[in-house]
Structures are given as C-alpha cells and as structure tokens.
Design a protein around this ligand. Sequence first.
Ligand code: MCA
Ligand code: AMP
Length: 505
Amino acid sequence: MANPLYDDLFGAHAGKTTPFLLLPDGHTISHAAFLEMSAQMAHAMLATGLSPGDRVAVQVQKSPQALAIYAACAQAGLVFLPLNTAYTVDELSYFIENSGARLIICDGASREDLSALADKQNATLLTLNADGSGSLTDRAATMSTSFHTIDRDGEDLAAFLYTSGTTGRSKGAMLTQNNLLSNARTLVEEWRFTNDDVLLHALPIFHTHGLFVATNVMLASGGSMILLPKFSPDDIIDWMPRATTMMGVPTFYTRLLDDPRFTGDLTAHMRLFVSGSAPLLAETHTRFEDRTGHRILERYGMTETNMNTSNPYDGERRAGTVGFSLPGVELKITDAATGATLPDGEVGQIEVRGPNVFKGYWQMPEKTAAELRDDGFFITGDLGRIDADGYVHIVGRNKDLIISGGYNIYPKEIELVLDEQPGILESAVVGVPHPDFGETALGILVPEAGQPPDIDAIMAAVQASLARFKHPRKLVVLEELPRNTMGKVQKNLLRDQFATMFTEG
Ligand code: MCA
Ligand code: AMP
C-alpha cells in the first residue's frame, strides 16, 4: 500500500534542499524543511484523536504553515476542508456541521466565536495565526519531524470543497486523491512546468485555483512558489523579476494593466501567464498582449472537476475561448431538455467526464444524481459551444450564479437574507458588469406597501450573516419584479435594466 497523493506531490521531494517557498520577507523554505513542518503537524493533528477519513476544517490566513496543513492531511489520510477567510461565523457553522469536522483550525481572532460550535460537535479547536504562531504550531513544535505516511488508495477522499448551490445550500464536493493527482500531472505536461519554474502565487489557497491548480502543479513539477499573502500590484511588480510564471483571475490582469509600472520590460523574461475562474474579456487578452507581448493562456475549470479545458501552450491561444478539453477529459455539449449531444457549433450545456471529476456531494445523493450522470458525465451548469476549430467557448450559464473577482456568489443565498428583512415583500439579486470584479451583485428590493425600506439596516443584516464579497454593491428599490406568464422572475430584464449601473460615469 501507499499514499499516491502524498507520495507523488510531497514525499517525492523528501530530503531535497531545493527551495519550495519564497516568502515576502526574503526567507526561503526548502522542500525538506516544508515536509518536516508538515510531518510535525500531522503528529499534532492525529494526537487530537483523529482517524483517517476525518474532516479537518481550516479557516486561516495564507502562510507556509497553512499550506503545510494540506500536506499534513494528505500524509495522515485526513480530509482537508479549506474555508474562505471571508466567511462569517454563520456561514462557517454550516460547513463545519455539515461536514462533521472533528478538528477545526482557525485564526486566534476567531477562537472565541468558534469555540461553542466546536464543543457542540465534539471537535477540537486549534489556532494558526497569519504569522505562523498558534496552538497548532505550538503543539507541532514538540513533535517528531518524521511521520510514517498513512496508507491511502487513490480513490480515497483527499478534500472537501464547498460550493454554493442555486437553492442557497452549499454542497461539499468530495475530491479523491486521483481527482487531484490526475489533473496536476496533466497540467504540468500541458503547460510545460519543470523544476526550474518559479510561480508567482498571489491567489488564496482555500479554492481550487490557488490550491489545486497552482500549488499541486508546482509540487508535481518540483518548482518553487513566491507565496504572497494576497494579490497586490506592488508585490507582483516587485517579485515578477524572480518568477517565470503566474496564475490569476481576470481581475489580477485588469488591475495590473491599470498600473503603468506593469510593462513589457518587466514581463519580458516570463514564460507563462494563466487565467481562469471567470471569463477573461477578449479585450483584456488583447490589451495584455499589446502591453507585454504575452498571450494569456485561458483555461476552464470547476470546484467539482478541477480543470477541464485549456488553450494550447503551443499553438493559438484564442481570446474569448477556453481552448480544448484536456487529455483524458471528455467534453460534450448537450441539449438541456433531452441530454442529447448537440453538433459542433450549437449552444448547449457543457458536460464533462474524466479522472478529474469528483465523487459526488457529501451526504446529498439527490443533488449528486441531478448533476452527475450514471455514465460519469458531470453537468457543469455552464453553457457553451465548440467552434469549427474545436475551441470551446463559454457563452453563459444555466445556473443562477454571479462570479465576482473569481468568487462565486449564488443570488439565492443573498435573496434569502433580504427576504427576511422587515418591510421587504420580496427581492432579486442579479449580476451586472463591474469594471474591477467583472461582475458584481446588485440587490433589488420590493417593499411591502406603504413602507420605504431601511436600506442601512438591511445592509447591516447582510453584513452580519454573509461574507463581504457576497454583499450587494448596491440595493435598489422597485415597486414590483418583472415576471413572465408562469410567474417566474425575469432576471434577464433586471440585468438589462441595470447593466450599466457600475460601468458608466
Ligand atoms: C474582495 N472583495 C470582494 C472580492 N474580493 N468583493 C467582491 N468580489 C471579490 N472577489 C471585497 C473585500 O471584502 C473588500 O471590501 C474589498 O472588496 C477589498 O478587499 P481586499 O481584501 O483588498 O481584496 P481585493 O484586493 O479587492 O480582492 C480582489 C481579488 C480577490 C484580489 C480579485 O477577490 C481574489 O484574490 N480573488 C480570487 C478568487 C479565487 O481564487 N477564485 C478561484 C475560485 P471593502 O472595500 O468594503 O473593504 S476556484 C474556481 O473558480 C474554479 C475552480 C476555477 O476555474 O479556478
Ligand atoms: P467554482 O464553482 O468556484 O469552481 O466556479 C466554477 C465556475 O467558474 C464554472 O462553472 C464557470 O462558470 C466559471 N469559470 C471558470 N473558469 C472560467 C473561464 N475561463 N471562463 C468562464 N468561466 C469560467
């Protein structure tokens, strides 16, 4: 027996003194030192009474120690459940309870807020602060730097990533070791990563993009990462001379293009820029090439599937498309009503199948059955078409979803909060174009008769329960919502009506 995820991504670097993480303060952490740190954490985590397969819920700032928790979970056979640092206690409660996490690792500042929740479900609560201090690292410091890797099968679960749903209830996507490994290996090949690469890493590490695409690819290739705590043009510009590659969401690229210091000279030595998580406007693609001479490589993925398609490394990277399905990934365009495959050129729902596709949603067999067909095809909820040259175009979504700066926002979740507010009869949340975030959430309120709503109080209620990135950037009041003859709210009309709200002026 063995543990493919740990052995291939982490264990393969045991004893290597080559740099793995380059930190903003100038320090470097070698592969070997990183593995010693994670081995100590694996001991500290198991000492709380965990067994293989137990979930470890983690809401901490980005740091080398935070990344070591992922490695420790892999080595100890635990299921890693990373959580957005923006989530409120309300949001966290759901994920922690739903997953049945036995260990919760949070920032020291959240300890008090989460201790009742931890007690309620008999979970241990440990802390890890942005500077690497906390009860987790205190305990780990007393442990051995070598840990006997727990046996796992490629089909065993490696991670849960929660993804919101159109009903407002988040679903835990169960990802196996093979899901993650197969995709990492494919991306290394397709994007030509080697151990000479240095990735400029400014993405968060609690989502697929920063964690599995960026980090796993660097682990699989043996290269190193400049681990920045978050995206800031200043840091990117300072560190770019040390990097060979960068991955980002479109907002990274538009913000960089807005900075006159971001020039062709600065990027001349770079090998590759990758974009994903949200549509990259063809205009951004062109502006980027005009400025730097580089053509951004756009790819398409999902939490449930890791990466599905990519523009070619060699060959034309076609603006406004997400390229071709990756080796081993089958992609088809189907009729949403019948499931029948449509001919190339026609628009339909995108379905994918391959070793990258998740196992299902944790304890939600009906939702799994609705999206994951018996034959293994996953219905993505994205609408697309394949052009005459085989490039996949994403043309829209068959799901009520807003993507703001690469973060997914499900309108239903916000509408549920708005509808509860005093004086509100009903509400609708729609995505409208935004110059910085690509898209942003706009809330439309219909008040009960005779009462102007208290907008400030409503915003305060939203703030108390939902992460900042989900807050509607604006709330507007309408007398009624447009409905079709079936009584369904016509969100397309609302989107049209307010389309230029954030882009004009
Ligand atoms: C931060 N804020 C946001 C967002 N991010 N509001 C809307 N949308 C956002 N994406 C809010 C903050 O709470 C704050 O509010 C203000 O905006 C500024 O916050 P700050 O911390 O300074 O953040 P920022 O610099 O504005 O962040 C923008 C960002 C960040 C750098 C684009 O959102 C980011 O790193 N996004 C990447 C997301 C990502 O990794 N997605 C991958 C998901 P206030 O102004 O009131 O204080 S994985 C996925 O989608 C699939 C698998 C795939 O294909 O990759
Ligand atoms: P998530 O649920 O956070 O994994 O987000 C996945 C969704 O992001 C997909 O279903 C797409 O709607 C969107 N997405 C990811 N990459 C791209 C891309 N390159 N272009 C357009 N949409 C994308």
